[in-house]
Design a protein around this ligand. Structure first.
Ligand code: UDP
Length: 232
């Protein structure tokens, strides 16, 4: 297998069928545009499993995702896509960057859920952008954006309901989209505690990467708890 791409938390390898790739989940964890980094033993295994369960849920419900199947502890098989360089964030409750940027108090509810776009560019620190930037910079077409917004809101409602039954509140999350060579848009990357904010429904205990970002400790212990709840 040829290494096609290595990111902060994953490696993408070619596969015997050129329309598919193997995604390998690493234990490396970064935050604040990689200024903070650590190795969290077993995190890659947890994120691969959690992502696989969530992608299976989405696939079952007719949402196009790149996920085909889990191959091993750390690997999943996915469709080969060209990643659209726009990170899509969906927010249900305010926390994180939006509090600082716009002075919105924590826990403010967004109803309808809020969708934001960020330019996927580490050198620029992933700046927030709007629809007009996406069009002006030729990052995606108007039709792509319509589809991306519709899919993002569907993912939100499906995942929110699924997690609520498991005692987890979906605060916000980030999605990435890819396009296949035939032009089909699908949810790509991963959906895990690294890319979502999960709070315990009752206690509001953080069960996601904020444990690492905010030095709350026991990061993988809480990722394990997320897995236990969504497996059951
Ligand atoms: N997020 C992500 N990758 C990024 C930035 C954000 O997965 O590069 C996720 C993050 O985990 C959270 C949501 O997107 O679930 C919103 O993050 P926010 O804008 O509040 O940024 P942060 O506080 O992480 O800087």
């Amino acid at each position: 297998m040829e290494k096609l791409y290595e990111g902060k938390a994953k490696i993408v390898y070619s596969y015997e069928e050129p329309d598919k790739v193997v995604i390998h989940f690493k234990d490396e964890t970064t935050a604040f545009n990689a200024q903070k980094r650590d190795l969290l033993e077993g995190k890659g295994i947890l994120n691969n499993r959690i992502s696989s369960i969530i992608f299976e849920l989405l696939n079952r419900n007719g949402i196009p995702t790149h996920f085909i199947r889990q191959l091993s502890d750390r690997e999943m098989l996915a469709y080969h896509t060209r990643i659209i360089p726009v990170e899509v964030v969906v927010r249900n409750l305010a926390t994180g960057s939006i509090m600082k940027r716009l002075g919105i108090p924590e826990r403010t509810e967004f109803n309808p859920s809020l969708i934001e776009f960020y330019l996927k560019n580490d050198a620029l620190g992933d700046p927030i952008i709007c629809y007009e930037h996406v069009i002006a910079m030729n990052l995606a077409t108007d039709e792509d954006i319509r589809e991306i917004k519709e899919i993002s809101l569907k993912v939100n409602s499906l995942l929110r309901n699924f997690l609520k039954d498991k005692g987890i509140s979906l605060i916000d999350f980030k999605l990435e989209f890819g396009k296949t060579s035939s032009g089909k848009i699908m949810v790509a990357d991963e959906i895990s505690p690294d890319t979502c904010r999960f709070w315990d429904l009752k206690t509001e205990e953080r069960m996601d990467k904020d444990r690492f970002r905010l030095d709350l400790g026991d990061t993988t212990k809480f990722y394990k708890e997320v897995l236990k709840r969504i497996e059951g």
